[in-house]
Design a protein around this ligand. Structure first.
Ligand code: FES
Length: 237
């Protein structure tokens, strides 16, 4: 494999010639936050959380889509980089429901983790918020577009992994959202309920249905004729 020599945060490393800066950094233990990037999906460069400084580049670059080159010098943790990342995350949070405690993804949310890592303790910006109805008229998934950060991971997972192509970006500007065509519900399109979209969603915008309460209610209701299979009793001599 052809390799190139680059410097990341003062560390000289050899990385594959076709790697991105993000892949190169992670391969040598340098942490760069990311949201729209997923190692199993085509990179998109949508969220800009992974910005870094590259010597010679005129602006900060999105490391998940920026290719390495021989002699490149990268800085991942300068004040300008930290400030830019923080601003991006603050803007995402400004248009995000503040209901972490009741969210199914609480403590398992990539946006929440990155905000904490960046030391964001309050939302500086206040403005209009997206508010969309839940899409839950199907047996498996709950979509809450109000929690969507437009990373596009679900679109790529549905098309690249499953070949189903249920999701796409809908509308433009502030009203952009991710949804099945014509904003239909998942039960109205060719969704197979495979759950790939939920598995890659970094927030609580797509989650598996939590029917635990309903299942226990059904189990305790003899009228619903739910058969509970138990292991046969073991006789102790
Ligand atoms: Fe690189 Fe989103 S992770 S732009």
């Amino acid at each position: 494999m052809e390799m190139v020599n680059i410097t990341i945060d003062g560390q000289k490393v050899q990385v594959p010639k076709n790697a991105t800066v993000l892949e190169a950094a992670r391969s040598c233990g340098v942490k760069i936050p990311s949201l729209c990037y997923h190692p199993e999906l085509r990179p998109e460069g949508a969220c800009r959380v992974c910005m870094v400084e590259v010597e010679g580049a005129r602006t900060l670059v999105a490391s998940c889509v920026y290719p390495v080159s021989e002699g490149m010098v990268v800085r991942t943790n300068t004040p300008a980089v930290r400030q830019a990342r923080k601003l991006v995350v603050e803007l995402l949070l400004a248009n995000h429901p503040q209901d972490c405690l009741s969210c199914q993804r609480n403590l398992n949310c990539e946006l929440q983790t990155i905000a904490a890592d960046l030391g964001i303790r309050k939302i500086r910006f206040d403005g209009e918020k997206k508010s969309y109805p839940l899409d839950a008229d199907n047996p498996s998934l709950v979509r809450d577009p109000s929690k969507c950060i437009l990373c596009g991971r679900c679109i790529r997972a549905c098309s690249e992994r499953q070949g189903v192509h249920v999701y796409s970006f809908v509308n433009r500007g502030f009203n952009t959202t991710v949804a099945p065509a014509f904003n239909q519900g998942l039960h109205q399109v060719a969704c197979t309920y495979c759950g790939q979209c939920a598995s890659v969603c970094p927030t609580g915008a797509i989650v598996e249905k939590d029917d635990t309460a309903a299942v226990w209610q059904a189990l305790s209701d003899p009228a619903k004729h739910v058969v509970v299979q138990t292991a046969p009793a073991v006789r102790v001599a």
